[in-house]
Design a protein around this ligand. Structure first.
Ligand code: CA
Length: 232
């Protein structure tokens, strides 16, 4: 199971929120360190072993988005963005810049811990299962070598596009993928913001894999942002 040796860096200039996050992490026994500016966050990241970044976007010196871009030049550590309510555009931009997930303020300690656990599981998978040829989420399994998908142990017929979409999600379990990113990966760059085709593709896939497509358990909708393959 999870060992709590991971060092989490909390980047937040609001001391009240920072204290709340520190308190929550202490309760769960996670080691952490803090930074109140983008500059000090970056110097901590280069001088210490950090395994997960919890990043506020509105920082006093420069934008958190710039931190994401800089970090992604040399590191693949999970980045969870903390942003104010109703900033869907900003969230999507943060995810497109390489963030893994986001939390909307105000959030509960339970929510925070759930997101951290998902991000860390994602990290372990990336570290330990690079060569994995088959992955499982609930009753859904993908075999990358054979290009096959199984649902409750029965082979599932998928179209090439559905398979591409599913394998994209399986390569990013638990991670929010923006609509823009998915379209680029599945259809290519020229399709830009044509979300209609993706919505149709998603509806077709959900009919095949979900018991109740209106209440999906595998591919979840992140309203205004994109989709996420559930980690359970
Ligand atoms: Ca702030």
């Amino acid at each position: 199971m999870q060992n709590k040796n991971e060092q989490i860096l909390i980047v937040e200039d609001d001391s009240q929120i920072r204290n709340f996050i520190c308190y929550s992490l202490r309760q769960e026994g996670f080691p952490y360190t803090t930074a109140a500016t983008a500059q000090s966050a970056l110097s901590t990241l280069v001088s210490e072993q950090i395994d997960l970044l919890l990043l506020d976007l509105g920082l006093p010196d420069f934008d958190g988005m710039e931190v994401i871009k800089k970090v992604r030049e040399w590191s693949e550590i999970p980045i969870i963005v903390v942003s104010a309510r109703d900033q869907d555009k900003e969230k999507a931009a943060a995810l497109d810049s390489g963030a893994d997930d986001y939390l909307t303020k105000p959030f509960s300690s339970t929510e925070l811990m759930a997101r951290i656990r998902v991000a860390l599981r994602h990290l372990y998978k990336a570290r330990g299962m690079k060569s994995q040829t088959s992955l499982v989420v609930g009753g859904l399994r993908i075999d990358f070598d054979k290009h096959l998908v199984y649902l409750d142990n029965a082979e599932l017929h998928t179209t090439p596009l559905e398979y591409s979409l599913l394998s994209l999600f399986f390569r990013n379990i638990g991670k929010v993928l923006t609509t823009k990113y998915i379209i680029k990966e599945i259809y290519g760059i020229g399709y830009g913001s044509d979300t209609q085709a993706l919505r149709k593709l998603m509806a077709g896939l959900r009919r095949k894999i979900e018991n109740n497509p209106a209440k999906p358990r595998y591919i979840l909708t992140e309203i205004g942002v994109g989709y996420r393959l559930s980690d359970v």
